[in-house]
Ligand binder design. Sequence first.
Ligand code: KG4
Ligand code: ZN
Length: 300
Amino acid sequence: MHARYGGVVPELASRQHVEAMVPVLDQALDRAGCTLADIDAVAVTTGPGLAGALLVGANAAKAIAYARGLPLVAVNHLEGHLYAAWLADALSGEDAPAPRLPALCLIVSGGHTDLVLMTGHGRYRRLGETADDAAGEAFDKVARMIGLGFPGGPAIEELAGDTASALRLPRARLKRPYDFSFSGLKTKVLRLVRGEEGPVPAPPEIAAAFQEAVVDALVTKTLAAARDQAAAEVILVGGVAANSALRRSLTGRSPLPVRIPRPDLCTDNGAMIAACGWWRIQAGEAAALDVDVQPGLRIG
Ligand code: KG4
Ligand code: ZN
């Protein structure tokens, strides 16, 4: 549905949430081979995100928790992304390895580009963020400029393929060393596509050069922050972390151990929210049933 409109339309997203809620719950329980009677706690995203969509999820979670007498845990969506880092091991039946702390975390999604130092469960310090577009948002916008569909990230990755582009796009320079900016890059691509910089390069060339510029900015700043903060490991999460060029570059360039979730656990999913909720419950932190949604919630 979002592909048809080239992005997420808030009203449509909320309505879709209402329609999908019960079928998705049924499907998830079915796939896990259990019923609501087997559930021990309910974890739900309360922010950040679109208020309408968050409300639908929060109300469904409250209803289940109330009806079943279960603890409710409110999870920050960004923190949920982080907990995907330890999820695959847990799902494969092995013990989830404990985080090596402090961990330098890059959270890159459609709405956020945050560099965060994790010093403990629930303990974060935000070191940097984007001054304008989020990394995923830049992928989506540039994809649209070169005629690709939504979401743009996977489309750009596929079009770029193995193209070794001779094009070199600008890297932003910012006063704060750990902040990001992608709007200059986006404008540059627009000028290229409009032929304002000479003959228009082939779309795979543009896709590859754009991807390379974003990956370079993300990896360079993440590694600089990891070094400056004497981090024990580097964690890459969020939808953009599914990008194989980014995964390869960070892993190849990092002198520290790097932890990246499986690609299907990088893009939004419920398992990561449950994983974060599990840690909260272990720590004895449940939410009250009147917990509110926080569309502008941040991390660190
Ligand atoms: O975390 P996420 O699934 O949703 C949000 O919380 O925003 O991230 C979605 C973003 C979209 O902008 C999408 O284009 C981007 O992640 N994305 C990718 C890839 N897969 C998803 N960006 C680059 N390469 C990918 N393979
Ligand atoms: Zn997300």
